[in-house]
Design a protein around this ligand. Sequence first.
Ligand code: ZN
Ligand code: ZN
Length: 412
Amino acid sequence: MTTSPIDPIKLDKLAEVAIKVGLQLQPGQDLVMTTPMSALPLVRRITEHAYKAGAGLVQTIFSDEEMTLARYKYAPDDAFDHAADWLFEGMAKAYGNNAARLSISGDNPMMLAGQDPSKVSRANRALSKAYRPALEKITGFDINWNIVAYPNTEWAKLVFPDLAEDEAVHRLAEAIFAASRVDQPDPIAAWKAHNAQLKDRWTWLTEMNFASLHYNGPGTDLTIGLADGHRWKGGASEAKNGITCNPNIPTEEVFSVPHAQRVDGHVSSTKPLSHQGSLIDEIRMTFKDGKVVEAKASKGEDVLNKVMDTDEGARRIGEVALVPHSSPISKSGILFYNTLFDENAASHIALGQCYADCFEGGTAMSAEEIASRGGNQSLIHIDWMIGSDKVDIDGITQSGDRVPVMRKGEWA
Ligand code: ZN
Ligand code: ZN
């Protein structure tokens, strides 16, 4: 091990991949970056690569765990219904002017675990509302955007509780680098090959045009209707500004848009979910006509139910995604407590907002048109994992035939 537990060469490669693969940042394009303070070494590498690629202006907005906790400890109660709407309006304006967006993931997944769940949910709700103008431009794919991760110390200690702090950070960093393909001799070529593989999968699924998917496994018997005119996506994707980006680094999923009124049955989560600093585990949900009619969890049930009270669409799903159990992230055997990684280790669904881009011609559709085809709308978008090596998935064709899609978590 070097003096720093994080390999500086791989860290620099991760920054390069974020700019050249994740964003394909264009000369003259501005960049808005949001990040925890702890990721400063990566932020500096990314900023350097952004300017080398010809960035106009790189503007970074930092958050910090201690400052967040100070708010929970000392801020007056009614302050939890506020969020910095001016900030997100400003971000929306930047995206409107074609700025790219980069978000660094690396907060302590348990940051808010000890806080009052009602304050947490009120703050989340205010944040979701204020964030909307910016989020619409991201989910609508107006601009190229990307998320990468940095191994925060508290996060590393949660993932590797038995290791010394430096060793835990080292192991998490190596896991992030491997999942992000920057441990390979030519990471940019590796991403090209990976994107081509994902494209083969989503092309097949789009051509099959399944009416629904049926999931069968321990605690799960669920039918997910797919939206009318849906298409599948994954890996690299062209934004409305004409730039092809890889929104998530890493990514192993192919995903589409379910029909908000056609989900029926019950489903159990296969991994814990860390949602904005709260842990939600062993989720069991029952759906009827697309709506969650019952939700239970062994941990965080309160947070889960409060989050689903956000709006009408928060009790319906907006994303369905397929990931083989043998994905490299899954094979690492590490539970990351971070959706960017865990959602790429297992098939999943997301409560809330759908991606307009998962409709043919979707980015040009009105909200009403998307809704009429079954696309869900909500202030939230929360992925949780329902796939494992014990879950089978069938595609049901428009004429009612069954086609095996996954068997024991692998592509059939
Ligand atoms: Zn997903
Ligand atoms: Zn998602």
